[in-house]
Design a protein around this ligand. Sequence first.
Ligand SMILES: [Zn+2]
Length: 147
Amino acid sequence: MRCTKCGLENPDNNVYCANCGAPLPKEQNGTDLFTGSQAQQSETQIQPPYYTQAPWQSAQPSVPESYKPITPLGYVGYSLLFSIPLVGIILLFVFSFGGTANINLKNFSRGMLISVAIGIVLVILFSLIFGTAFTQYYDQYGIIGIF
Ligand SMILES: [Zn+2]
């Protein structure tokens, strides 16, 4: 009987492997359990995907709808959509908080929202730091005499 752990051929009446001490499978109906388990393993083995057609031509994508990637043109479209004043911000909030089932669009919206928030914080910070310097400049010289 062959050990399933180290592969050593042991006498049939051995309960444990003489080499590594692993418990040996009991023989049943004359069939080798070692080969039996091997056959089972290959049955349950995950089969590599066999495409009957090229993946990009596949009519039914294997990716669930909620995980479907945004196409490159989709990114362009959504970016343009989000850059519309006011409407874009509203759309960002809608998509970020449950307005879409697609996780990619949700994450993209959240990323854009965070970027916008960082931008606003930076503008406020800069105007706080340089604001007084600018107003002093304006007071002294003005800009083209309008402000
Ligand atoms: Zn062994």
